[in-house]
Ligand binder design. Structure first.
Ligand SMILES: [Zn+2]
Length: 85
């Protein structure tokens, strides 16, 4: 899927009656409440389905955590390198 959609689910909550409308793709610029025909909503976005960018971010975080675990060794090597210079 190469389409660029909103990540996850966007929830519009009707300010008038509290009805929740869910959008998993593009959010319409002007939505109308199916319950009271109101047009004022609060918008919440919930990234429930990680896309490639989100997965990348998680992998980078995991990698930097793993790197942090082995940092004493790495730091020692770095210091030794600096000494040699
Ligand atoms: Zn409503």
């Amino acid at each position: 899927m190469g389409s660029r959609n909103v990540n996850g689910v966007v929830t519009l909550v009707c300010i008038t009656c509290g009805k929740e409308l869910y959008f998993t793709h593009d959010v319409p610029a002007a939505a109308t409440c199916t319950q009271c025909a109101g047009t004022v909503f609060r918008t919440f976005s919930t990234p429930t389905e990680p896309d490639e960018a989100a997965i990348d971010a998680l992998e980078v975080q995991a990698r930097s955590m793993a790197y942090g675990d082995s940092s004493p060794e790495t730091t020692r090597g770095d210091v030794r390198d600096l000494d040699l210079l």
